[in-house]
Design a binder for this molecule. Structure first.
Ligand code: COA
Length: 328
């Protein structure tokens, strides 16, 4: 038995925020953003759109494409750092919207690695006899926690959601191996400092702009450049493959320079690498499922392809999943 992705979906807000738009908001330039990150535009969800709305949009499509009913879902995982609220979980809100009355539901906090973490959890859940279908969603409205006075961060991120339904299948397709990890000593490098129990919301926290994402870009850059190829190597090795066996490489869409470093180290060419950060920026947990959805639509991923997913993010977290694309 293998856990197979049997349906994908996505939800992207309509509004585009281009680098030229950002030039009017902060001291930046299209040239700087493109050269330093590779991003040209990103999507922004305006109020009153909530994280659960994008998640639901992606989820409904994934369930439909899987060819199952929402009632058949056993578990819903929403990977997000920007939930509708602290509690209840966004997963419970999506469960209700879908009418997935037989599913347990929880949110998963692993930053941009959330979707990869979610796939690993789904994979392990599906080994159990009483679990048949798991829905994993990566959904973010990062724009709502971005400081549009901070050029170091506001140019990098965008909003969106992607979802995958996983079911059980034969050994021919599905997840072959996965590796998850974390280095909590780097927690301070990417965080939203206030609003939790460590620093509850107060007039002062709002005035000091502590409810926005804070990032040490250089530290994350160094970490990401190292970890992407390291995790790729581990997850491939675990399943008995090497870099040259990879048909499609799906890296986290944070920065084109991080992706190029990994491609170079692993000797994976551009035609095997999925890149969409130019259009959407870093949509955190949504990056990988949106990239998979688009690639499948465009016929870039075919049944039988060896697909390598790798992500890193707040935590610091990191993870990789290797799968043989397709379903029975
Ligand atoms: N426009 C213009 N200049 C900018 C800018 C912007 N949007 N953002 C930063 N700068 C400036 C800096 O202020 C700095 O100026 P200074 O030298 O006068 O102080 C200069 O550009 C260089 O900054 P530096 O941090 O060295 O740039 P960089 O080339 O390393 O790129 C990041 C910065 C943030 C793009 C890069 O470090 C990065 O992508 N890090 C990883 C972030 C990430 O992936 N986060 C999500 C993880 S899931």
């Amino acid at each position: 038995m293998r856990a197979q992705i049997i349906g994908l979906g996505y939800g992207l807000p309509e509004r585009r925020l281009t680098n030229q738009d950002l030039e009017k908001m902060v001291d930046t330039s299209d040239k700087w953003i493109v050269e330093r990150s590779g991003i040209r535009e990103r999507r922004i969800a305006d109020q009153p759109i909530k994280c659960s709305d994008l998640a639901y949009q992606a989820a409904e499509m994934a369930v439909q494409r899987a060819g199952i009913s929402a009632q058949q879902l056993d578990l819903i995982i929403v990977a997000t750092s920007t939930p509708d609220m602290f509690f209840p979980s966004t997963a419970c809100i999506v469960q209700d919207l879908l009418g997935a009355t037989n599913a347990a539901a929880f949110d998963l906090s692993a930053g941009c690695t959330g979707f990869v973490y979610g796939l690993d959890v789904a994979h392990k859940y599906l080994l159990a006899d009483d679990c048949h279908y798991v829905l994993v969603i990566g959904a973010e409205i990062i724009s709502r926690i971005l400081d549009y006075e901070d050029r170091n961060t506001c140019v990098l991120f965008g909003d969106g959601a992607g979802a995958a339904v996983l079911g059980k299948g034969s050994d021919a397709y599905g997840i072959l191996s996965s590796v998850l990890g974390a280095d909590g000593s780097g927690a301070a490098h990417l965080s939203m400092p206030a609003g939790g129990t460590a620093m509850p919301a107060s007039l002062e926290t709002v005035q000091n702009r502590l409810h926005f994402l804070r990032m040490n870009g250089n530290e994350i850059f160094r970490f990401a450049s190292r970890i992407t190829s390291e995790i790729s190597s581990q997850v491939l090795q675990k399943a008995g493959y090497t870099y040259s066996d990879v048909d499609i490489f799906v890296p986290h869409q944070a920065n084109i320079r991080i992706i190029r470093t990994a491609m170079k180290r692993m000797n994976i060419p551009a035609e095997k690498t999925l890149i969409n950060l130019d259009k959407y920026g870093n949509t955190s947990a949504a990056c990988i499922p949106v990239a998979l959805f688009e690639a499948e639509q465009e016929g870039r991923i075919k049944a039988g392809d060896l697909v390598l997913l790798v992500a890193f993010g707040a935590g610091l977290t990191y993870g990789g999943v290797l799968l043989r694309w397709g379903r029975d």
